[in-house]
Design a protein around this ligand. Structure first.
Ligand code: FES
Ligand SMILES: [Fe+2]
Length: 460
């Protein structure tokens, strides 16, 4: 909300392209299984799912299943979900669940009863004397892996020599930590097994260049000109303003609506907030923001300037939230401006953040098939203490009824991109160097993990 458009935008020096095999080739998908997923920090879930000691959830990636467990009030551990005796999965995680959750004092294997404490240490073997002393702590404990937390998310990494999570996140930590995502809670969460590559899916949410073509209902709120910027492994995008007059007024997608020529900013601010909220499954804004926007016409005289409308709107929404116990994070205009609108954290986490809410996506490969993925979307919001809703992962077919009209519009591209890229008539992607830079940066980082060539220059 209320971001400034006046930010420095780094263009790629040259237009680039990258190989389409990354989306289509079964060999490439198999290589990712060895070169990418076991080597990269991946978001496994949210801390709110494991509030008490003994609470755990499982996170599945390809054939791996990971148990993430709270071992002490301030300690999280992660183990491979396998019993070291003869390899039974310790916590059954069926494929038709999006991971499982529970609470245990210890983990008991269902096959021969070997038992582990929350730290993964073996506490029971039936008839251990039969091994004639060959069983030691090392052989009988669960196999741990790296785990860390940021913004209320839990991240795991299977590479024992990986860089620390904060190093991997780089500027993301500095720029996004002020939003205090750790104070937000799930509002809803949905998942689907979807017919496209996991990269095709996550790239559908990497750039706002598609807004005009895909979400054309938003065009009535202004001219959306996107920017996209790389921060190391990760990237951010937002909207710039073509009209220098409006840019001076400090416009972005929201404030531009407030400042659109020939319209009443008191009305357009409300209409855009309401449109986002209603078409994005009650996210992209909050009840507080929409209600405060609805009152703008009553509270402000006709002719109030766009920036003044926004200022009043934000002040009254902040006061409304404070009255119900939701305190906004303190952020300067510069901090909000630098944060842009939407982040892509390599490899597969997307965060569209607002002052008290976030809309997030994640995609993962599904089996060995490069044409299938697990796609998830969830909304986070700050709630008064004790009023957080209790939510579960809901499997939802990709329809407008289940996901709202905006996500349905995105779904209406993804499987057709996957199909189209297979054509022998497709000469390779031509990503926009300015507005789709996140996509090329994603392929640059991916190529480093995969040991393939970096995105290459387009001949001119
Ligand atoms: S496989 Fe777990 S106790 Fe035997
Ligand atoms: Fe979209």
């Amino acid at each position: 909300m209320n971001k400034q458009a006046d930010i420095s935008i780094e263009d790629l020096a040259e237009p680039l392209t990258y190989p389409v095999e990354a989306f289509l080739s079964p060999e490439y998908a198999r290589a990712e299984r060895e070169l990418l997923w076991p080597k990269v920090w991946q978001m496994a879930g949210r801390l709110e799912d494991i509030p008490e000691v003994g609470n755990f959830f499982t996170y599945n990636i390809l054939d791996e299943s990971i148990i993430v467990v709270r071992t002490a009030p301030d300690k999280i551990s992660a183990f491979y979900n396998v019993c070291p005796h003869r390899g039974r999965q310790l916590v059954n995680t069926p494929e038709d669940t999006n991971g499982v959750r529970g609470r245990k004092q210890h983990f008991v294997c269902g096959f021969h009863g070997w038992t582990y404490d929350l730290e993964g240490k073996n506490t029971f073997v039936l008839d251990p004397q039969d091994w004639k002393g060959a069983l030691n702590e090392e052989r009988t404990c669960l196999t741990p892996l790296k785990v860390d937390t940021w913004g209320g998310w839990v991240y795991i990494n299977m590479d024992p020599d990986c860089e620390p999570l904060l190093e991997f996140l780089g500027d993301v930590d500095r720029i996004l930590s002020p939003f205090e995502f750790e104070k937000m809670r799930y509002k809803w969460r949905q998942w689907v097994i979807y017919p496209c590559n996991w990269k095709t899916a996550i790239e559908a949410f990497m750039e706002p260049y598609h807004v005009a073509g895909t979400h054309s209902q938003l065009l009535k709120y202004g001219e959306f000109y996107a920017y996209s910027k790389a921060y190391g492994n990760h990237g951010v995008s937002g909207f710039d303003e073509r009209d220098p007059e409006l840019r001076k007024a400090g416009g972005t997608s929201v404030t531009r609506a407030g400042g659109a020529k020939g319209s009443d900013p008191r009305v357009t601010s409300y209409e855009l907030a309401r449109e986002n909220f209603e078409t994005l499954m009650k996210t992209g804004s909050t009840d507080t923001l929409v209600n405060a926007a609805r009152r703008l016409v009553d509270e402000l005289p006709e002719g109030t300037s766009g920036p003044d409308v926004i200022k009043h709107w934000m002040a009254s929404a902040r006061a409304d939230d404070a009255a119900r116990g939701v305190i906004w994070p303190e952020m300067t205009a510069e901090q909000q401006s630098e944060a842009g609108l939407a982040w892509s954290l390599f490899p597969n986490q997307t965060i569209l953040q607002g002052i008290t809410f976030a809309l997030c996506y994640r995609s993962r490969p599904y089996g060995d098939d490069p044409n299938m993925c697990i796609f998830e979307s969830y909304a986070l919001e700050r709630y008064p203490q004790g009023e957080e809703p209790s939510t579960e992962w809901v499997y939802a077919e990709p329809t407008a009824e289940n996901w709202g009209p905006v996500l349905a519009q995105d779904f209406s591209n993804m499987e057709w991109v996957q199909k189209g890229m297979k054509s022998r008539g497709f000469r390779g992607p031509l990503p926009n160097p300015h507005q789709e830079r996140k996509v090329t940066n994603f392929h640059r980082v991916l190529s480093q993990y995969m040991g393939t060539g970096s995105p290459r220059l387009l001949d001119k």
